[in-house]
Unconditional design. Structure first.
Length: 367
């Protein structure tokens, strides 16, 4: 996306030596500002056998105001429920945290790993320290497509109520259903060119009408009115895309980072996957419409810690923090996973004007 300036600020968090909770990596964190003004980080902590917990830490800043380290505070969520456990493992993975105004609480969306596969789970908090589970997100069918019981990941909520397709206020969710047979890991090794299926491997937006949610009990109803927001379009994202950071309001509309996956070749000729990051800007009034989308990635694996790790060649943005405290309302700090092993942070500055040339995407509108 021409005009967007991105500058890496460095490694924020690495696995702590000798800590069994982090022996296989710290990655893909959520971030949120508490009532105390502090920035809290919620990293995925990976123990042996890919057993994941969600930690909580306080972000530390240097004299220049840039994120420079963390103070570990413990574990926010440990796998306990049947939808988070499976024989020999399980996990609570890849959280995103948003203060959802209609609920007047912080809401964490995360991936729960059970015997049936990954599902979107929800938890709620008053203070970002103590969390209460809300169970799995529930979905209605869509035009003969069954969403309930389908693997799903990369979920983020909007912080305020937005209009659903019928103009009614709703709590909106961005997510990535993993329909059977469409994962890059399943298709990347197939001989011949891969035919892109625009109905799959995409970013979707779904709505829970306010009238279907119990605001007093702070419970949500079914997510429905599903809309395929964006599908793979550019070469750098041709295998799949998924939302990364929760949507945050910018001067141009709802801003979110997303990841795209392409197929690359290792020097020895082996096929591998490359995860890069782009920018998505959605209409403020109707976020089911795209205002702009990156024709090229703004971050791609280049540094050694991004290129080699538990999973090579991965940049996976999951946290975003607007830096109004520095008097820079168009500066955002992006927190991202580095090769599924460490957590990096980068500075993103939005331009005064969105450049022309949004990607035409038959899965979603462009306004």
């Amino acid at each position: 996306m021409a005009g967007v300036q991105v500058q890496r600020l460095g490694i924020l968090m690495e696995p702590r030596e000798g800590d069994p909770l982090e022996v296989e990596g710290v990655l893909n964190p959520a971030v949120a500002r508490g009532y105390d003004g502090q920035l809290y980080l919620f990293p995925r902590l990976v123990a042996a056998s890919n057993y994941s917990r969600i930690g909580v830490a306080r972000v530390l800043f240097n004299a220049a105001g840039d994120p420079a380290g963390v103070e570990r505070l413990g574990v926010a969520l440990e796998p306990e429920e049947d939808y988070e456990l499976r024989p020999g493992g399980g996990g609570c993975e890849d959280p995103r945290v948003v203060f959802v105004e209609p609920l007047q609480r912080f809401v964490m969306t995360y991936t729960a790993l059970s015997p049936r596969g990954p599902r979107i789970a929800l938890a709620i908090s008053d203070d970002l320290i103590e969390w209460r589970r809300m169970g799995l997100a529930a979905f209605s069918p869509y035009r003969g497509i069954e969403f309930e019981g389908v693997d799903n990941k990369d979920a983020s909520m909007f912080p305020i109520a937005v209009p659903d397709p019928f103009g009614q206020p709703a709590i909106a969710l961005l997510h990535r259903p993993l329909f059977p047979g469409t994962r890059p890991e399943e298709t990347v090794a197939r001989a011949g060119p891969r035919v892109m299926d625009l109905c799959r491997e995409s970013i979707w937006i779904s709505y829970c009408p306010i009238v279907a949610a119990d605001m007093k009990a702070r419970r949500l109803g079914l997510f429905t009115s599903h809309h395929r927001l964006a599908s793979p379009a550019a070469l750098w994202e041709r295998l799949k895309i998924g939302v990364g950071t929760p949507p945050i309001m910018s001067r141009h509309g709802w801003l979110a980072m997303y990841h795209g996956v392409s197929e690359e070749k290792e020097p020895d000729g082996r096929a591998c996957l490359r995860y890069s990051a782009g920018v998505l800007v959605l209409s403020e009034a109707h976020p089911r419409f795209i205002r702009h989308r990156s024709p090229d990635p703004v971050l791609t694996p280049q540094l050694p810690y991004e290129s080699r790790g538990v999973v090579d060649n991965v940049i996976f943005p999951t946290g975003i923090d607007r830096r109004n405290d520095l008097g820079l309302p168009d500066r955002y700090d992006i927190y991202y996973g580095m090769a599924d092993t460490r957590i990096g942070v980068a500075r993103l500055d939005m331009p005064d004007f969105l450049p022309p040339g949004a990607i035409a995407d038959p899965s979603g509108g462009v306004v």
